[in-house]
Design a protein around this ligand. Structure first.
Ligand code: AMP
Length: 286
């Protein structure tokens, strides 16, 4: 496995590979790998000639009060895990090489950033879209693989690639969970044992609400009230940041479920903010 730090070197290398007619896959990450990241790499490994993984804790997607400094990092372990998945290039640029002090150009998709995580994190997706656009320009991927855990991020990136004619196929992959249902996240290590014991109820709550829709309930207010009640009862250590039923592609809020819907939540424990979601397909309600 080759490790590249310099953006320019990455760009030259990937451009050469693409000119040779190879298919290139990129898995963008912020590192501290868990099975969720590794599943994306394994899928990508089977669908390309050249597999690139970027590891970059992107400062522009963190607000000043957020956990940029504390974000978990372990490059030697990550490099070993990437090597084991058959990654060809691990790209680990420095923040200074990616964002100059007078950085001024940004990529935004405002219509997708009115709700969900964007309410509490208003500049987050601008940072994400911009860094992913830069990573695409540096790695020339044929396809890029993202997790559905960050559903809003995936929607923003799909829209960015479509609207800016980026020559890359965006692939979304399912959420990988712990045995008890908690969505894997690098931030799960922040949880105290007591918080960790309550955190699986995030997913259990989502499943129960999907169950209600299968029984015919379509009123978003009723469904969200039931979820809020369940969370209050099962997760006293958590504060719910949002619970939303939205259109899975455009992300606008739904009052009534009539087609496919996404139920998405963010829950804040003392030290960790966790997100999760579940798709409610149309067939579930027939
Ligand atoms: P991160 O390092 O947290 O920025 O995540 C890098 C990529 O891994 C993103 O596309 C995430 O959506 C994806 N990812 C993170 N956690 C999971 C998970 N539990 N299951 C599937 N994909 C995930």
């Amino acid at each position: 496995m080759r490790c590249i730090i310099e953006p320019r070197e990455m760009q030259v290398w990937s451009t050469q590979k693409r000119c040779q007619g190879k298919t290139l896959a990129l898995v963008p990450t912020m590192g501290y790998f868990h099975e969720g990241h590794l599943a994306l790499m394994r899928w990508a490994r089977e669908h390309c000639d050249v597999l690139m993984v970027s590891l970059f804790v992107n400062p522009t997607q963190f607000a000043p009060h957020e956990d940029l400094k504390a974000y978990p990092r372990d490059l030697p372990r990550d490099a070993e895990l990437a090597r084991e998945q058959g990654v060809d290039v691990l790209f680990t640029p420095t923040p200074e090489s990616m964002f100059s002090k007078d950085h001024a150009a940004w990529v935004e998709a405002p219509s997708l950033c009115r709700g969900l995580c964007a309410v509490q994190r208003p500049t987050h997706f601008r940072g994400v879209a911009t860094v992913v656009a830069k990573l695409f320009l540096l790695t020339s991927p044929t396809l890029a693989v993202f997790g559905e855990k960050d559903w809003q991020q995936l929607a923003v990136i799909r829209t960015m690639a479509r609207d800016l004619n980026m020559p890359v196929e965006i692939i979304g992959r399912p959420i990988v969970r712990e045995a008890d249902g908690l969505a894997m996240s690098s931030r799960n290590i922040y949880l105290s044992p007591e918080e960790r014991a309550q955190a699986p109820f995030i997913h259990q709550g989502l499943q129960q609400i999907r169950g209600l829709t299968e029984q015919g309930e379509t009123d978003a207010n009723i469904l969200l009230a039931a979820l809020g009640e369940m969370y209050q009862r099962t997760m006293p250590l958590a504060a719910v940041e949002y619970m939303s039923l939205v259109d899975p592609e455009q992300l606008f809020p739904l009052e009534e479920i009539q087609g496919p819907a996404l139920l998405a939540v963010a829950v804040r424990f003392k030290t960790a903010r966790l997100i999760d979601n579940i798709l409610i397909p149309v067939e579930e309600r027939l």
